[in-house]
Write a protein that binds this ligand. Structure first.
Ligand code: ZN
Length: 285
């Protein structure tokens, strides 16, 4: 089975079309087509083409999950967003018709497609939690029963592995030597602060991996929480659109796709959207 896992499109239709074109090329090149496309939420918010993105997701994705920006555009929980996000949500709401708003408010918060659980943010808090640390991951593994949980929301490609003492002790280190993974990106990603009881930042035995582009085969028997990164507003300092191609025989292919960033920026400026939101696209921040 092959499926594409997309998240955080954020109204960037130019980036989404580039990802769909990449998938079409992959389907043509191989005998096995990409059978499913799943979207982990935040179809809209920040970007200049919310309606187009909703139309593309409705046409192409078998499953789409609600993100905080999708709900904000429908008037839900606006208080928890930053000022920029609130302004963006208000602008997005004005662009959408009643059918599009009804589609967003009807998106499920969680879906299961064995061996995957799909949520936008985290299994314990599907809309709002930024799952960035092994301590946060340790809290979240008991909240799903499938082998893998797919999340978005942070816009940073990331993998958390649950400990399993019975298996090979150092699979992640082995993968790091292949050049596909870096094991840590440093303290700027950590938002939890040290554990008040132990003083430690990390949850013992849990691993956090930061995948660059390439294939990742999960270690046998280890459950994982996996984030594909963002299609429309990457924040890992690589401005290319990010997504995952999953192949049940080969594992997870973390892909990066170039798109016409300047075109999206032009559309944002023409519409008078905040300059900071246009600038960050070229920086991947
Ligand atoms: Zn998002």
């Amino acid at each position: 089975m092959r499926c594409a896992i997309l998240s955080d499109i954020h109204g960037n239709a130019v980036a989404l079309r580039a990802v769909l074109a990449d998938l079409a090329t992959i389907s043509q090149r191989h005998d096995q087509p990409v059978e499913h496309i799943w979207c982990l939420g935040d179809i809209v918010g920040y970007g200049p083409e919310p309606s187009e993105c909703i139309a593309l997701v409705r046409a192409c994705c078998d499953i789409a999950i609600a993100g905080n920006h999708d709900l904000a555009a429908t008037g839900f929980s606006l208080d928890d967003l930053s000022d920029a996000a609130t302004a963006s949500a208000a602008w997005t709401t004005e662009q959408l018709n009643a059918g599009e708003l009804a589609y967003l408010s009807g998106l499920p918060w969680r879906a299961t497609e064995d061996p995957f659980t799909l949520v936008h943010a985290s299994p314990t808090n599907p809309i709002w939690e930024y799952l960035l640390t092994t301590r946060a991951a340790a809290r979240n593994f008991p909240a799903f029963t499938t082998a893998y949980c797919l999340i978005g929301h942070t816009h940073i490609p990331m993998i958390f592995l649950e400990p399993d003492g019975a298996l090979d002790a150092a699979p992640a280190a082995t993968l790091a030597r292949t050049g596909i993974l870096t094991l840590d990106a440093g303290p700027t990603l950590d938002t939890d602060g040290p554990d008040p009881a132990s003083g430690h930042q990390d949850a013992p035995g849990y691993e956090r991996l930061l995948p660059r582009a390439g294939w990742w085969l999960p270690p046998m028997g280890r459950r994982a929480i996996i984030n594909p990164g963002s299609v429309g507003q990457p924040r890992d300092r690589d401005p290319r659109a990010a997504y995952i191609l999953y192949d049940s025989e080969r594992g997870f292919n973390f892909r990066r796709v170039e798109y016409d960033i300047e075109e999206t920026q032009r559309r944002m400026r023409t519409l008078g959207l905040p300059e900071r939101m246009a600038t960050r696209l070229a920086l991947g921040t």
